[in-house]
Design a protein around this ligand. Structure first.
Ligand SMILES: Cc1cc2nc3c(=O)[nH]c(=O)nc-3n(C[C@H](O)[C@H](O)[C@H](O)COP(=O)(O)OP(=O)(O)OC[C@H]3O[C@@H](n4cnc5c(N)ncnc54)[C@H](O)[C@@H]3O)c2cc1C
Length: 347
């Protein structure tokens, strides 16, 4: 690639972070002809992740290539022991990635910091610190995770989830004979001691890592003139729903479309304001849907005070999101493919 002289360097967008949200956003902006600069990229292994079909399609659309089957463990069954019931087997078509394996599949587009001069036209914060850092938390569910050896070969194409009195356990097969065990709500050892179904199927081999917060949360200010925030640190979904990476891709699609539209209407003084308002209200609405979805799962998990506390926090969060949305105007844009267009409002 020929690098233009610095004096003629075109306007650029700075992308902070190197998770899937940041990578997808950088790729989509580049595809729209907008130059991006990577900043603050960190090599964090992150959690092991299970991607459902929707997440796989969204990542393919964002990154322009399909996931190679040789790089993940196919998951064909979800085994669910919920609410004190015996395990139920549910067919699934998922892809399980060991910590760090998903990010390793995708090159992060964008020039390095040293190649660029001048202030960016816009900044995408895919990691903290954020310009406005007040976080609204919808509960507290610290988690720890550790690598495990699978004692049952048939678990290699399965994921397990088990509800316990003080939390839940989730196990994902990440390589032949190996897995990743997540314990939410109490220390991993304590949860394993309570577990009837999952703990007897694994041996914990790694040092537990964490704690990681898993309760849903979002920045109260997700965007302002000149910047927006996306990714797990800005808006986090409960891993119970397995929708975190799909959400990261959706945020990236919306963020890239908003920034592209801002650059397409440079002479409209209100464009940036209304587009960023649109970004905020779409993300708030997605959080509200997520909280409702979580409440369905948590209401069936158990009857102990721990489960009741989680349901109450989710209900409070749903009300807060509804209050925030009520104060925002109706959406004025809609996505057509990967582009935002003004919405046709009936006269
Ligand atoms: C415990 C946990 C389990 C998850 N499971 C799934 C899943 O099964 N399917 C899915 O689609 N999404 C899952 N997610 C969400 C998914 O990781 C993110 O949505 C995705 O990485 C994109 O976010 P990002 O671009 O901000 O990534 P990143 O910038 O890579 O951020 C990933 C997040 O993981 C946290 N983290 C870092 N190291 C670890 C670690 N060793 N263990 C746990 N968390 C760590 C970071 O603090 C950060 O919040 C999970 C998230 C967590 C925290």
């Amino acid at each position: 690639m020929v690098v233009p002289p610095l004096s003629r360097m075109p306007a650029h967008v700075t992308i902070r972070g190197s998770g899937m949200a940041a990578r997808c956003c950088a790729r989509l902006l580049t595809q729209n002809g907008i130059m991006t600069k990577c900043a603050g990229a960190v090599t964090s292994t992150g959690p092991a992740v299970l991607l459902g079909e929707t997440a796989q399609v969204l990542l393919r659309d964002c990154m322009g290539k399909s996931l190679q089957q040789s790089r993940y463990m196919p998951v064909t069954r979800r085994i669910v022991a919920w609410g004190g019931q015996e395990p139920v087997v549910v067919p699934h078509r998922g892809a399980a990635f060991a910590p760090g394996a998903l990010n390793a599949l995708f090159h992060q587009p964008g020039r390095q910091e040293a190649d660029m001069i001048g202030a960016p036209l816009f900044i995408v914060h895919g990691i903290g610190p954020f310009p406005k850092s007040r976080l609204r938390r919808f509960g507290s569910r610290p988690a720890t995770a550790a690598s495990v050896t699978l004692l049952h070969p048939e678990d290699e194409d399965a994921c397990w989830i088990e509800a316990l009195d003080h939390g839940w356990l989730f196990m994902l097969s990440t390589a032949p004979g190996q897995g990743w065990l997540l314990g939410v709500g109490a220390p991993l050892d304590d949860l394993c001691q309570m577990s009837r179904h999952l703990a007897p199927r694994v041996v914990v081999t790694g040092q537990p890592q964490g704690p990681f917060e898993t309760a849903p949360r979002l920045l109260e200010c997700l965007a302002a003139p000149g910047w927006l925030a996306c990714g797990n640190e800005a808006i986090a979904f409960d891993p119970l729903c397995g929708d975190g990476t799909a959400q990261a891709a959706r945020e990236a699609i919306l963020a890239a479309a908003v920034i592209t539209a801002i650059m397409e209407y440079p002479d409209d003084p209100h464009a940036m304001e209304t587009l960023l308002m649109h970004y905020r209200s779409m993300l708030l609405a997605s959080m509200r849907r997520h909280l409702r979805f979580c409440a369905q799962f948590y209401s069936m998990g158990g009857n102990s005070p721990w489960w009741r506390t989680q349901i109450s926090a989710l209900a409070t969060g749903f009300e807060w999101c509804s209050g925030q949305l009520a104060g925002l105007p109706q959406p004025r844009y809609e996505l057509h493919g990967l582009r935002l267009v003004p919405r046709m409002v009936p006269a």
